[in-house]
Design a binder for this molecule. Structure first.
Ligand SMILES: *[C@@H]1O[C@H](CO)[C@@H](O)[C@H](O)[C@H]1NC(C)=O
Ligand SMILES: *[C@@H]1O[C@H](CO)[C@@H](O)[C@H](O)[C@H]1NC(C)=O
Ligand SMILES: *[C@@H]1O[C@H](CO)[C@@H](O)[C@H](O)[C@H]1NC(C)=O
Length: 155
């Protein structure tokens, strides 16, 4: 019980850490930013994300660096969003802190119906990482437009 409480505290702490350290988002474009924690090594998380993006037709995989995976997503209405997954090892050996961000290319898609959230969440879900040990998703309404109202249909 004590261990569990500690893990939750760390999760919140790490999430807050990243959020308060990050630059303010460009608020003229629709965007979404999510932090995930997983009890898996980052190398394994990275492989799962890259493999998943390659299987999804609406995504185009861009450069894959040691910590950053970049991709573009084209939605049904023909809009493009830029998507990043950044993997940061944590103080714990077998854990990975992943930051996802998605931003619409055009300023006029400010109300995005949760597209940017789904761009990120669907990759995690499709790869099976949402059921990996220790999986936690951390975001909220002002880091992620439409996050509350979204059900990610058609991904
Ligand atoms: C993603 O879109 C940007 C801007 O349109 C472009 O510069 C970049 O090459 C694209 N990346 C991929 C992988 O298509
Ligand atoms: C993705 O990362 C690149 C390189 O750091 C950055 O220029 C770009 O703005 C990022 N895009 C998003 C959607 O966070
Ligand atoms: C959002 O949903 C509304 C109603 O379903 C639709 O009319 C609108 O085109 C959608 N906007 C985007 C950016 O997908």
């Amino acid at each position: 019980m004590a261990v569990r409480t500690l893990a939750v505290a760390c999760t919140l702490f790490l999430g807050m850490c990243i959020i308060t350290n990050s630059k303010p988002m460009d608020t003229t474009h629709a965007f979404c930013k999510i932090v995930w924690l997983l009890a898996l090594p980052c190398s394994q998380v990275k492989m799962a994300i890259v493999t998943q993006i390659k299987t999804m037709e609406s995504y185009k995989l861009g450069p894959v660096g040691p910590v950053l995976i970049q991709a573009n997503h084209t939605s049904a209405v023909g809009q493009t969003e830029h998507v990043n997954f950044t993997m940061l090892p944590t103080a714990m050996d077998q854990a990975c802190h992943v930051e996802g961000s998605s931003m619409s290319e055009f300023w006029f898609s400010l109300f995005d119906n949760g597209t940017n959230y789904c761009n990120l969440h669907s990759v995690m879900e499709g790869s099976g990482l949402t059921s990996a040990p220790g999986f936690v998703e951390f975001t909220n309404d002002w880091l992620c437009l439409g996050f509350e109202i979204t059900s990610c249909k058609g991904f």
